[in-house]
Design a protein around this ligand. Sequence first.
Ligand code: UDP
Length: 240
Amino acid sequence: NLITPKYQRILLKISGESFCRDGESGISMSEVASISEQIRDVMSSGVQLAIVCGGGNILRGKQFAEVSDAIIPSTAHYMGMLATVINALALQDALESAGVATRVQSAIRMEGVAEPFIRRRCIRHLEKGRVVILAAGTGSPFVTTDTAAALRAREIDADVVLKGTKVDGVYSDDPMKNPHAIRYTEITYREVIDQNLQVMDAQAFHHCMEHKLPIVVFDYKRVGNIARVIAGEPIGTRVH
Ligand code: UDP
């Protein structure tokens, strides 16, 4: 069941919580394997895919810095970036064992485990059909991997940012609290701002808006959803 992709070059952002079971932390290889199988199923359609992974399942810089005065905030953020490298390596092995060729590129130099992020080299890998896993975020503290996703998407000239989350899109209100909250299938950047809706972190969102880079927010854990989004099916919320 080959899909006809709506996008050619895709930046997929998966948060750290993709790497563990609901409500847990750390890494569950069965969760990683399940996402890898979804990714394998879309790669046969010829899309080019770069993945930015989060690290929140291991450590979030902002939270960790608040735990003790003994930790300098920058250090905590670097620790968070290193957490994303741990996730990237797990994802790499899971993808490779599913038969998908991959490269990990890190924004922090780490010769023993990953290539450095080099834009032209990243694009070359994509053209060869390899999934490029982008680790260590932007390489700079005080931002999140959402920002890394938005920046890298622009840098590699991606057609879309796919933001995989646990909810199935952007709602008019918190669907857990308000039973009348509706899910938008399409929404403009302007409406997101005017209604103060949460799509990605503010910096990432503004970068996408400024460069007219569409964002699709969707529930990636539901098996087959990555393929559905790439095929252009109206699941989740498309912000444009
Ligand atoms: N981080 C950073 N710079 C970046 C990307 C990430 O300092 O460019 C740090 C930040 O502390 C963040 C942590 O890495 O909390 C893990 O990333 P993130 O919180 O974005 O992961 P996610 O929420 O997607 O699991």
